[in-house]
Design a protein around this ligand. Sequence first.
Ligand SMILES: Nc1ncnc2c1ncn2[C@@H]1O[C@H](COP(=O)(O)OP(=O)(O)OP(=O)(O)O)[C@@H](O)[C@H]1O
Ligand SMILES: [Mg+2]
Length: 288
Amino acid sequence: MKDQAESLRQLVRRRLPQTSRTIAITSGKGGVGKTNISVNLALSLVRLNKKVALLDADLGLANADIVLGVYPNYNLTHVLQGEKEIKNIILEGPLGLHVLAGGSGVYDLANLGQWQLERFIRSMEQLDQEYDFLIIDTGAGIHRSVLSFVLSVDEVIVVTTPEPTSITDAYGMVKTIIQRTPETNIRVLVNMAAIPRDGEIVFQKLNTVVKQFLNRNILYGGYILRDPNVARSVLEQEPFVLAYPVSSATRSIERVAHTLIGDEVDTKSQQKGIRSFFSKMYNYTIRK
Ligand SMILES: Nc1ncnc2c1ncn2[C@@H]1O[C@H](COP(=O)(O)OP(=O)(O)OP(=O)(O)O)[C@@H](O)[C@H]1O
Ligand SMILES: [Mg+2]
């Protein structure tokens, strides 16, 4: 395994002309809106002329497909097992958003032989050329299955609601990320805010504790207002930015997308993008 890891390191050390921004959407507590945010943020970025792929990495319940009304037959497992090429598992969603299902695929990374692994990582390089953003919808909580994604991306958006339990769990997630991968860019996004000011207040609460105990600053990713159209859109299986284009939820997420584009933080790490994401995932899967 050691030799394989070393040759992988060499493979990813080569500079790529362009890399995608890899962003995981996660949370400490479940049910705070990650899937709705992933899907609608991805679509808002597409509307701002970005090329975007959405990876459904919630291994518990694949729900990005339900929110989108898109049903993938194949997932990353099929690519890793050599049954499909990556381009064959990418589905076209609304507005030309590309959707990929993770399945249990990433766990199969650990079982690949040298040649297969290199072939897979090289095929990921093509995605770096193709996309501006890879948005990853993950599960909640600091379990290994969620963390391997969160610790492998360049940027993380931690979603919380204004509820105290959600804020406490968000802090737990932020703490774990800072301790394990300090180079990761962390933004906090406040969902289900009653008024815009709630977003600021919740963020300041979290940032104060993070500064005090972890000696770091985190970024404010914005707020999304509580809006009954979100639940309606889920029932209708149409993302809210499409079903309710003039709702307050849509206005909020468009603002978040705008800020995200304007505020590209230059990560010092040379290992960025989709190829690096998968090679880091590989390292987590072989580290028992
Ligand atoms: N801004 C909002 N306003 C009102 N309701 C919302 C909002 N965001 C999410 N919800 C509601 O919360 C529910 C859960 O959202 P979602 O499935 O996106 O959360 P999740 O964090 O992905 O959950 P899980 O942890 O189970 O993956 C949605 O079905 C929706 O009804
Ligand atoms: Mg979800």
